[in-house]
Design a protein around this ligand. Structure first.
Ligand code: NDP
Length: 281
């Protein structure tokens, strides 16, 4: 048995094309502010990719590059101005922030209707309440899109999410619950992880531990979604031992080219949705 490869890159490309068409056909004005504080090289790459993705789809981006030494108050003032700017429909502050800045304070200063990362307590609370039209965190909603667009049934299935971070694991679990999966969340204190993971029809792994999931931890015929990203001498690797696990899984996301490209696509989608909502109020 060899697993079907769930091509996140191709799915993300079709989502981006749909966004581009909708913005052009309906003449939607859509603006995303991207704030980068400091000189973190990986963050610079992420920001560059997000700005390019905006340009490709017709979203106007506004980039703010602030020095590493920028005071918290200055960032809060910028966010306040962006909250009140009618050209801006989404605000993204690239994480991580320098250590003298309180990330929680910054996230909660963003107007929830412009919080296109979906990280603030109000948006996460709405997700918890199962409300519709929530700005949900991009990586978890990208996972749901991969499953749906690959015609993988979620309702009634047993899902295991490995990882309970606020940006991936927990929201992924709630989104799967919203889709009527029966969900188990595993974490670093979980005992006998393999026993839990091998019960999954859909296994989502966001542990940040390279190749943590081995073949014997996966049920034959399971769908495996690998969120992990690890830069190694041999290129990018995930949290799943791809070569071995793909021999038993029914379908699997590769790294790279699986969940990664979906994150930016869902950021663009959240920005478009925020702009449409702004237009309608
Ligand atoms: P965090 O480090 O914030 O969270 C990791 C989670 O995994 C924690 O809940 C932790 O448990 C759990 N965990 C750690 N080790 C184990 C273990 N041995 N067994 C079971 N659970 C374990 O990471 P993130 O959620 O931010 O990211 C996870 C991975 O996804 C990373 O590799 C990251 O690079 C990648 N990522 C990829 C994105 C993409 O676009 N593809 C976007 C965001 C992240 P505990 O809570 O007990 O500590």
């Amino acid at each position: 048995m060899s697993a079907k490869i769930l091509d996140g890159k191709a799915i993300a490309a079709s989502i981006r094309a749909e966004i581009k068409d909708e913005i052009a056909n309906d003449d939607i004005k859509c603006g995303l502010a991207v704030v980068l504080v400091g000189e973190d090289e990986a963050s610079k790459v992420y920001v560059r990719n997000k700005i390019k993705a905006c340009a490709d789809t017709g979203i106007k981006s506004y980039a703010y590059y602030l020095q590493q030494s920028t005071e918290e108050d200055e960032i809060l003032q910028l966010i306040d101005a962006l909250n009140n700017d009618s050209n801006i429909h989404g605000i993204l502050v690239q994480m991580p922030l320098p250590s003298h800045i309180n990330e929680k304070k910054i996230i909660s200063a963003i107007d929830p209707s412009k919080d296109v990362d979906g990280f603030c307590a109000i948006n996460l609370g709405k997700l918890f309440l199962g409300e519709k039209d929530v700005l949900a965190p991009c990586t978890p909603s990208g996972i749901i899109e991969i499953l749906k667009r690959s015609n993988i049934e979620i309702s009634g299935k047993r899902a295991v999410v490995v990882g309970r971070s606020n940006i991936v694991g927990k929201p992924a679990a709630f989104l799967m619950l919203k889709e009527n999966a029966t969900v188990t969340i595993a974490h670093s204190k979980t005992q006998d992880l393999g026993l839990i993971t091998s019960s999954a029809d859909i296994l989502i792994v966001a542990a940040g531990k390279q190749e943590l999931i081995t073949q014997n931890m996966v049920k034959k015929g399971a769908v495996v979604i690998d969120v992990g990203i690890h830069r190694t001498e041999n290129g990018l690797k995930g949290d799943v031992q791809f070569d071995e696990v793909s021999k038993v899984a029914q379908a699997i996301t590769p790294v790279p080219g699986g969940v990664g490209p979906m994150t930016i696509a869902m950021l663009l989608k959240n920005t478009l949705n925020a702009a449409k909502k702004f237009k309608s109020v």
